[in-house]
Design a protein around this ligand. Structure first.
Ligand code: ZN
Length: 459
């Protein structure tokens, strides 16, 4: 049996791990490399294995850095089955189609500008994404084993990270040799407003786990909610707009829920004009209502009773581009949630361009900001930033609230690892160098490996 790593090795994006057993090849995730720099080359480079030889893909969750190269895998010859929870399948369809559209637009733009050295062919297009959607086969239900092939059984467990997210256990046998390998996927913290807590199995021989926040804990959710509502109140008093760079999956819905609760408790004004300015977040919100089975029982009960957990008195869904552009004329009183969360693209960059220079405006960061992204540059205190070719001074009030993270902090990661039994070996992935090495030290004396890209291990 072999385990190899083809992404998220000493970095946080591009998750892609390969198990080889009995001559079968099973991939866990096939994610996109993401960041501020042009990663087209990294994504377009060979996978490190032959796509046509992959028998099945197990998908932990629908974030782009976990499912974003599935259309490319299909384009390059993959014909096996993709297995995921039904919520992940619905969300992944949305994410892959959106990504294909972005790649098509980018290729057109490069072609129009005749950029020298530019890549004029889209990494993949809508047809490739639809082909990938067609490869989805059986739906996984938490804790219910699925036999992939005789002697290879996959079981999904709630990872509490985003809607439908899972850790996946593979029970493998090859002759008399047996191994249980647990892939964490991305692990959520224990105090999420909409999702259940992570619930890993306790019998792993080998653990492959994420370490995004391996070196620090977040503030508690309660403290973060209080801080968030205070920031909204403060901005409301000062009169300017509030820009919230928002991840479309989970974070946007969490914030709608938090705003709803804040209004119900009288912490913020009920008549606040809130704009969800992200077609993807708007669609994802609808999918949440379609998957109560993946939500906390009390939220599921609301949906069953026909009460919309994401409704606010003055909530506006701005799906169309012209509606979004109209927001650029609004000088005060708008709370605008827009993507991308790390400000690497999307509508939020336009809103930053129109609001960053105003002292009465606020920008509230509520998510992870990878090194090198515009979000991280602003969070780190830049006095001015470059947007659409112009220098924009940063005069707006900047808030960074980290307790909303969809990722477990170091203490929760350690607890999660302790719950998996006493694994012989633990492979750390999906982390920046500093967090990962700190986490490796904290697991001592456990046997820990930090694999490099394309590195193979016998297991
Ligand atoms: Zn994720």
């Amino acid at each position: 049996m072999k385990l190899s790593f083809h992404g998220a090795a000493h970095e946080v994006t591009g998750s892609c791990h390969l198990i080889e057993c009995q001559g079968r090849k099973i991939l866990v995730d096939c994610g996109m490399f993401q960041g501020e720099r042009d990663l087209h080359e990294d994504n377009a480079t060979p996978f490190g294995f032959a796509p046509a030889e992959i028998d099945a893909v197990l998908l932990t969750h629908a974030h782009l850095d976990h499912c974003g190269r599935l259309p490319l895998l299909t384009k390059r010859g993959f014909r096996g089955e993709i297995i995921a929870t039904s919520a992940t399948r619905d969300l992944a369809r949305l994410v892959m189609l959106d990504s294909a559209h972005l790649h098509e637009e980018e290729a057109k733009r490069q072609h129009r500008h005749g950029q020298r050295g530019g890549h004029h062919e889209a990494l993949y297009d809508t047809m490739d994404a639809l082909d990938a959607v067609d490869r989805f086969g059986r739906n996984a239900t938490y804790k219910k084993p699925i036999e992939l092939f005789p002697g290879i059984v996959a079981t999904f467990f709630d990872a509490g990270h985003i809607l439908g997210s899972a850790s996946i256990r593979l029970a493998l046998s090859e002759g008399a040799h047996r191994r249980t390998v647990l892939f964490s996927g991305d692990i959520g913290p224990t105090d999420r407003p909409l999702l259940n807590e992570p619930a890993p199995p306790d019998d792993a021989d080998i653990v492959v786990m994420e370490t995004t926040y391996g070196d620090r804990d977040h503030r508690s959710l309660d403290a973060s909610v209080a801080e968030f509502l205070a920031a909204i109140r403060d901005a409301d008093r000062r009169g300017g707009n509030v820009i919230i760079p928002t991840f479309a999956l989970e974070r946007a819905q969490e914030l709608l829920w938090v705003l709803r609760e804040g209004m119900a408790a009288g912490n913020i004004r009920k008549t606040l004009q809130v704009f969800l300015d992200s077609p993807m977040a708007i669609s994802a919100t609808r999918l949440f209502e379609r998957h109560p089975e993946a939500l906390r029982p009390e939220i599921a009960a609301m949906i069953h009773d026909g009460r919309d957990p994401f409704r606010l008195p003055e909530l506006h869904f701005t799906r169309e581009a012209h509606e979004s552009m109209a927001l650029n004329q609004v000088r005060s009183g708008a709370v605008i949630m827009a993507g991308s969360g790390m400000c690497t693209g999307g509508r939020v960059r336009h809103h930053l361009r129109h609001n960053l220079a105003h002292t009465d405006c606020s920008v509230i960061f509520v998510g992870y900001a990878a090194a090198g992204t515009l979000a991280r540059i602003i969070v780190d205190g830049a006095r001015q930033v470059k947007l659409f070719g112009e220098e924009v001074p940063v005069r707006a009030k900047i808030h960074t609230i980290n307790g909303f993270s969809a990722h477990a902090g170091a203490s929760d990661l350690k607890r999660w690892h302790a719950r998996t039994g006493t694994p012989e070996r633990t492979f750390l992935v999906h982390g920046e160098e500093k967090g990962m090495t700190a986490f490796a030290r904290s697991l001592a004396p456990a046997r820990v490996e930090m694999p490099r890209l394309h590195q193979h291990y016998e297991i």
